[in-house]
Design a protein around this ligand. Structure first.
Ligand SMILES: [Zn+2]
Length: 189
């Protein structure tokens, strides 16, 4: 299983490199990697397992964070009700996902973003598109998918796809005024 020691730190220059598309159908090696990445997210969000292995809870991971320059990422967003029951579970293990359209309306997380590769808090609003449409191959369902992502999912997808191009979330933060007003933005709590 993947552990925190497998994840590159932001100081590693590989994180700034451009990842390449992978051939489809997926090789066994690539499919295995995607499944490992998805399993990492599940483990990281499992209270017992994350404690045992000291995993930071995460909703997304890109292959480049493991030092593998391939355009592959996993995303897992689980919503719970007040009693801790699962309301919805949105998960993907994507190869070659790309944004095919987006709304100009901006959006950002009120509390800012975090990243498995960034072991510190970086304050500030990270402007994203409020809605993006993504096409790619999903190894979980073994089919091509079109994802219309809104809200938190939209932000998580854009964060992961940025990794393919060597971009980290704080690159988007206004350096002079990290909490500057973003006109017309959808604020996500
Ligand atoms: Zn990240």
């Amino acid at each position: 299983m993947l552990l925190m020691k497998d994840i590159l730190d932001e100081k590693n220059p590989i994180l700034r490199e451009i990842s390449q598309e992978v051939p489809l159908p997926l090789s066994q090696e690539d499919e295995h990697l995607l499944m490992e990445m998805y399993a990492f997210l599940e483990n990281s969000q499992n209270e017992e397992i994350s404690k045992k292995y000291d995993l930071r809870p995460a909703v997304g991971i890109a292959a480049v964070q493991l030092g593998i320059l391939k355009r592959m990422c996993a995303i897992l967003i689980i919503d719970y009700d007040e009693d801790g029951h699962i309301l919805s579970k949105t998960g993907y293990a994507l190869a070659n996902p790309r944004i095919v359209s987006y709304t100009p309306k901006p959006s950002y997380l009120k509390d800012g973003e975090g990243c498995l590769s960034v072991n510190r808090n970086v304050d500030g609003y990270v402007p994203r598109h409020a809605k993006v449409t993504i096409k790619g191959y999903d190894a979980l369902t073994k089919q091509d998918v079109t994802i219309v992502a809104r809200g938190f999912l939209s932000i998580a997808c854009q964060h992961e796809l940025d990794h393919f191009d060597g971009i980290l979330f704080y690159d988007h933060i206004n350096k002079k005024d990290p909490f500057t007003y973003i006109e017309g933005a959808l604020v996500i709590e």
